[in-house]
Ligand binder design. Structure first.
Ligand SMILES: [Zn+2]
Ligand SMILES: [Zn+2]
Length: 496
């Protein structure tokens, strides 16, 4: 579809946001290998490196059994498969088969990096526009540019009882493909202008839940008075311009990958620190300035110990009340402190049997990044509190049994879905909330036993669902995440 493949022309606000991102990118921790900091080529290189390490399937008999006719191309020699998208070879490891069997899904036909890029194409986090709400007519800030052919409602209208997604319900037509009909449904059912749920005075936030007084935040959860920040999970308070924090961040500014910090500024990889400025990789420290790799220290400047009084005197001399002095200090931090610090090859803590980077309190998980409390998962990026999942991006908070999804929270057994909070037993759903047992639905709230937004009794639902899956297996659609062409965004508006 032409609108999703062409490059978008940004309006003033979007352009401003884009410029800011470009400006900010070099200032955050490269070592964290956060995907949004990479160019497409860098990301591909990183993943190819990981693929090179991927072990070959140890059990060719088991893998051969899984290749049912019509599901996936024949395995290449030695149990490796050819990606149906980029044609490179990839392996499915023995332990992956248990997962696919448990969910009763076919084997993937695309390699892990192509699957990830396909999910990235569905996340426009912060390229914002204005367009009128299609229900109340008021101007709304939204991730959908005015030329997009969707109905877009502002959050109060979208969450209201003034409309219901079931009114758009329709029969499934077995003479046509699933995705073609799904796209028609997407074009009819209203979309929420920004996904802001259960929040107070936080309407200019996206992918956010349970917040109060937040502004221009993305992926904020349980936060209060947090501005211009991203991926702050739990107890973010009175902070600004921060990226990726769990376990609390308060009265802090310009902190990246900092956990349990209070009154810190320009910090990276700080844990349980208080009043630390321009510091990198410090733990249990307080009142430190331009320091790196310190543990349980107080009153240090450039890693040199001072008395409390000397420290206070020195800090006065730095002149933190001057913008120009602060700009100089920031240059010193970047030019002197960051290059001489020691860096671990990967930040993995309190975790067993994991691979990836920025992994905390996790076990049995591989190829995971920005993960906390992640268990038995693979190919997961940004996954706080998930269990038994594979191929998912930006999801978590008591989420279990998930495959090929993007943007889920509080979900159980959800497959091939996008932007769905608080659900169980969903497949191929887009923007559904507080629901269970949905298949191929868009924008359903508090629904059950719906297919293409039409309500059925339980028995009819299960029979029809099985018939559609059989149809999709024949068309080769079942087992694949939504195609990039169905994404509501231009590719350059997305994380891709
Ligand atoms: Zn591929
Ligand atoms: Zn409205």
């Amino acid at each position: 579809m032409e609108y999703s493949t062409k490059r978008e022309t940004f309006n003033g606000r979007g352009q401003q946001e884009k410029t800011r991102n470009n400006f900010r990118a070099p200032s955050v921790a490269k070592m964290a290998e956060i995907p949004r900091q990479m160019t497409g080529a860098e990301f591909r290189n990183m993943i190819s490196g990981m693929n090179a390490e991927t072990r070959q399937c140890q059990n060719p008999d088991a893998s051969a059994l899984m290749f049912q006719s019509g599901q996936v191309g024949a395995p290449t020699p030695k149990g490796r498969r050819s990606c149906q998208n980029c044609k490179s070879e990839f392996a499915i490891e023995p332990e992956d088969f248990d997962f696919y069997r448990k969910l009763d899904v076919p084997l993937p036909t695309w390699c892990p990096e192509c699957r990830q890029v396909r999910r990235y194409a569905w996340r426009n986090e912060r390229i914002l526009y204005r367009r009128p709400c299609d229900l109340c007519g008021k101007s709304a800030v939204t991730i959908y540019s005015p030329n997009k052919p969707y109905k877009v409602y502002c959050p109060p209208c979208w969450w209201s009882d003034k409309w219901t997604a079931q009114d758009y319900g329709r029969e499934f037509d077995f003479s046509r493909s699933f995705f073609e009909q799904f796209h028609e449904l997407q074009l009819q059912v209203p979309r929420i202008s920004l996904l802001t749920k259960n929040s107070v005075n936080s309407e200019y936030t996206n992918h956010c839940n349970n917040n109060k007084n937040c502004f221009r935040g993305y992926s904020l959860f349980e936060c209060e008075n947090v501005l211009y920040s991203n991926n702050i999970w739990q107890n973010g308070r009175d902070s600004m311009e921060c990226y990726h924090s769990d376990e609390g961040i308060e009265l802090s500014y310009e902190c990246v990958d900092c956990f349990g910090v209070y009154q810190c500024q320009y910090g990276m990889l700080l844990r349980n620190c208080t009043d630390c400025y321009y510091c990198l990789d410090c733990r249990g420290c307080s009142h430190c300035f331009l320091c790196w790799n310190l543990r349980n220290k107080q009153y240090c400047i450039r890693n040199r110990q001072y008395t409390k009084e000397e420290y206070a005197e020195k800090i006065q001399e730095f002149g933190l009340d001057s913008y120009a002095r602060r700009a100089e200090l920031y240059q010193q931090y970047r030019g002197e402190i960051l290059p001489q610090a020691l860096y671990r090859f990967a930040n993995i803590e309190r975790s067993v049997g994991v691979s990836g980077n920025m992994i905390f309190n996790s076990k049995n998980s591989h190829h995971v990044f920005d993960a906390d409390r992640t268990e038995d998962s693979k190919y997961a990026i940004i996954s706080p509190d998930v269990k038994d999942t594979m191929d998912a991006y930006h999801y978590g908070f008591a989420t279990e049994l998930v495959y090929e999804c993007h943007a889920l929270i509080h979900c159980y057994h959800v497959l091939f879905s996008h932007l769905c909070y608080d659900n169980s037993n969903l497949e191929y759903c887009d923007g559904c909330h507080n629901s269970q047992d949905l298949f191929g639905c868009v924008g359903v709230k508090q629904g059950q036993y719906c297919i293409f937004n039409k309500k059925y009794d339980e028995r009819s639902y299960r029979e029809l669902r099985d018939k559609i899956i059989a149809h999709m297996q024949q068309t080769g659609e079942y087992g694949e995440f939504f195609p990039v062409e169905l994404s509501p965004f231009g590719y350059n508006e997305t994380q891709g």
